[in-house]
Design a protein around this ligand. Structure first.
Ligand SMILES: Cc1ncc(COP(=O)(O)O)c(C=O)c1O
Length: 425
């Protein structure tokens, strides 16, 4: 019975043909085009650029001590509280889940965020300017749709946040990279003849080099934006993770001409799988931004926004940030002093105590890729290259050492292994 039923089902769907008296035959079906035929003939130029620029996720390596960037320990997140807050909104009589949310985001979260950003980052904003997005990456996507025409020049930092850069490129932007120093984006090197009307910067803690944009450079950059009728994308991805108590106000907070688009994310301070971030817009950009957000996804998921709103309003967020600053600050201090004591003059890194990693400039004769490979093979030690963050090949050798996901007791042995590798290399 089973076999006969299976044959009947195959015949009903057209995969086989029953010829009474002769038997059952595989149907003569047209071949489907291979994916290669499809991409050559049907994909848009946008998709072809996206494919060309896509970065494959490397296979995770199993290492003993892992200085991976952006890692965290799940035990640092208050899951019990989070579960309780989510459960509040999961009752069957809550109408929230039966409706589409606003494309601008869940209003109580926008109110809580506006207050938080004013207080903690000096951002000058009303809740109406705060729009919730599905990651900083989506905010950049929408901004690119709004502001970039193919061939437009965009000023960026190098090394810099390649995820954003590749997206801007797919929209046709031509990137002009200015090499950063320990004080961030060298604004005085913007060519006077530059036609750029957009700049992407990480003023609080330059990614990935480290370092804070000086006040003089901030004022210079704002004056440039006003003169050039340009917008500045301020990526404040880890602005809350400063460990020396001297957090500079966000650039947005000293902009009085509506030139700064401020970006912040929950990926670093809560967890990346949330896919929730926020943008603070100059008022002129709110209508086109919201029209685009509505068209592409009708708004970010309401349930998790509601839980974060309560998490902030009820004081859990501040407590969590405080704890992260203590835990990560301790690890950063251990790593920085370890590097100074063991490697001294042989390496250089930004002194600013912020973020989740340290970018270490190696001796100029070191071979970055080879060092990383030897670290994995010899010690099962996870080190990560700086090269992929540079716009041009041939940058001085450097590695990224993430400290947020490494155990305190592993930091000194990891630094000792790095020192041995540098001595042998
Ligand atoms: C420089 C920078 N900006 C922003 C982000 C966060 O992006 P998202 O909100 O899309 O997770 C990251 C994450 O790694 C980052 O390194």
């Amino acid at each position: 019975v089973t076999v006969v039923t299976a044959y009947k089902q195959l015949a009903a769907e057209g995969f086989v043909v029953l010829r009474p008296g002769a038997g059952t035959f595989v149907a003569d079906l047209p071949l489907l085009p291979t994916p290669r035929d499809l991409s050559a003939r049907a994909l848009s130029p946008w998709a072809q650029r996206a494919l060309a620029l896509s970065v494959a996720n490397g296979k995770p390596r199993h290492v003993q001590i892992d200085f991976g960037f952006g890692r965290t320990f799940p035990q640092h997140f208050p899951y019990d509280t989070w579960r309780k807050l989510l459960a509040r909104y999961l009752s069957t009589d809550d109408v929230m889940l039966a409706r589409y949310g606003s494309p601008a985001g869940f209003q109580p979260l926008r109110v809580a965020l506006a207050a938080h950003l004013r207080r903690v980052r000096g951002v000058n904003c009303a809740p109406e300017q705060v729009i919730i997005v599905s990651g900083v990456q989506q905010a950049i996507d929408i901004i690119a749709r709004l502001l970039i025409r193919p061939g437009d020049e965009v000023l960026v930092e190098t090394p810099g946040y390649m995820e954003a850069y590749n997206l801007l490129r797919v929209y046709g932007a031509v990137l002009h990279g200015l090499p950063v120093d320990d004080e961030g984006f060298p604004v005085e090197r913007i060519p006077p003849e530059s036609a750029a009307r957009l700049a992407f910067v990480t003023p609080a803690n330059q990614f990935p080099h480290g370092g804070t944009l000086t006040l003089e450079r901030r004022l210079w950059l704002l004056a440039w934006a006003r003169r050039a009728d340009a917008y500045i994308l301020e990526d404040d991805y880890d602005g809350e993770l400063r460990y020396d108590g001297h957090s500079a106000t966000a650039l947005q907070g000293i902009d009085d001409a509506g030139r700064v688009i401020y970006l912040g994310t929950f990926s670093k301070v809560l967890f990346p799988a949330l896919r929730l971030a926020y943008v603070v817009l100059p008022t002129t950009l709110i209508p086109p931004f919201l029209a685009t957000k509505r068209l592409i996804d009708r708004g970010s998921p309401t349930l998790t926004q509601a839980a974060i709103g309560d998490f902030m309003a009820e004081g859990y967020f501040d407590r969590h940030l405080h704890q992260l600053r203590e835990t990560y600050g301790r690890r950063r201090a251990l790593l920085a002093t370890g590097l100074q004591q063991v490697l001294g003059e042989r390496v250089h890194f930004s002194a600013v105590a912020a973020g989740l990693h340290i970018m270490v400039q190696l001796p100029t004769n070191a071979d970055e890729a080879q060092l990383i490979q030897r670290a994995a093979e010899q010690f099962s030690l996870g080190l990560y290259p700086a090269a992929p963050y540079h716009l041009q090949p041939g940058a001085p050798p450097a590695i990224l050492l993430g400290f947020s996901g490494v155990r305190e007791e592993d930091i000194a042995p990891g630094v000792a292994q790095l020192a041995q590798l540098l001595t042998e290399g």
